[in-house]
Ligand binder design. Structure first.
Ligand SMILES: O=C(O)C(=O)C[C@H](O)[C@@H](O)CO
Length: 257
């Protein structure tokens, strides 16, 4: 039988190195062709977003497969932090996970466990799944844990209070701050750039760094990306397929009208 090596998780490695900023593009359209095209654009990672896109597990699997053809690492965000979907995504081939709405260390631990095989976790041990190239990666079940990357999203004031506890969970690789939900949780819905929110993000990044973890966030315009990089963010998502189309279309029309 043909054999393959377990794919190395370049995203996890670059995040852990904390040298150059890790730059990503989020995929929210669920369109295989544009995902293929964008996964080759040179971003460090592309994220298949299951939280705010109408993607069921099979569409997410197709998105992962389309993105894997590109040079960027593939990260997924499930719609919810629940074991059943994390296990299915891991079996579908996802190695890196950004987990929405993690408020406590217990929730972070549950997410990590769902992504890892025993003894560290509770992922079901089936060596014939897509992630194991249907059995063509020898020793997949004993090697897979080492390449899994779990990044909980801190995006409420409760989660901010618990940053140190969440960072301390074994298997948490980094923390992602969600400016939009955080601002809503602070009473500034629709104003992620409010000075009060900026201050919480700035101090959260410092606290995450004090715990020895990389801090991640997103900003879909140049000034916001520069602001978060200036605050020391190690990874910033700098746009999405939606923002590229939206702005590209508006600019094109304005040029020719
Ligand atoms: O709270 C946030 O910010 C996020 O979680 C990112 C959002 O889902 C959104 O901004 C992505 O378009």
């Amino acid at each position: 039988m043909t054999e393959f090596a377990l794919p190395r998780n370049a995203f996890k490695a670059k995040l852990a190195a904390r040298k150059d900023p890790v730059l990503g593009l989020w995929l929210m359209l669920g369109a295989d062709a544009s995902t293929e095209l964008l996964a080759d654009a040179g971003f460090d990672y592309v994220l298949v977003d299951g939280e705010h896109s109408p993607l069921d597990i099979d569409l997410m699997r197709r998105q992962i497969a389309a993105a894997e053809r590109g040079a960027s690492s593939v990260v997924v965000r499930p719609p919810v932090n629940e074991a059943w979907i994390l296990k299915q995504l891991a079996d579908a081939g996802a190695q890196s996970f950004i987990i929405p709405m993690v408020d406590t260390a217990e929730q972070a631990e549950a997410a990590v466990q769902a992504c890892l095989y025993p003894p560290q976790g509770i992922r079901g041990a089936a060596g014939v799944v897509r992630a194991a190239r249907y059995g063509r990666i020898p020793g997949y079940l004993t090697k897979a844990n080492a390449e899994i990357c779990v990044v909980p999203q801190v995006e409420t004031l409760t989660a901010v209070e618990n940053i140190e506890a969440i960072c301390a969970v074994e298997g948490v690789d980094a923390i992602f701050i969600g400016p939009s939900d955080l601002s809503a949780s602070m009473g500034f819905t629709g104003r992620p750039g409010a000075p009060e929110v900026d201050e919480v993000i700035r101090s959260s990044i410092a606290r995450i760094h004090a715990c020895g973890k990389p801090a991640c966030t997103l900003g879909f315009d140049e000034a916001t990306v520069a602001k978060y990089l200036g605050m020391g963010a190690d990874m910033v998502a700098v746009g999405s397929d939606v923002t590229l189309l939206l702005r590209g279309a508006a600019e094109l029309l304005a040029k020719h009208r």
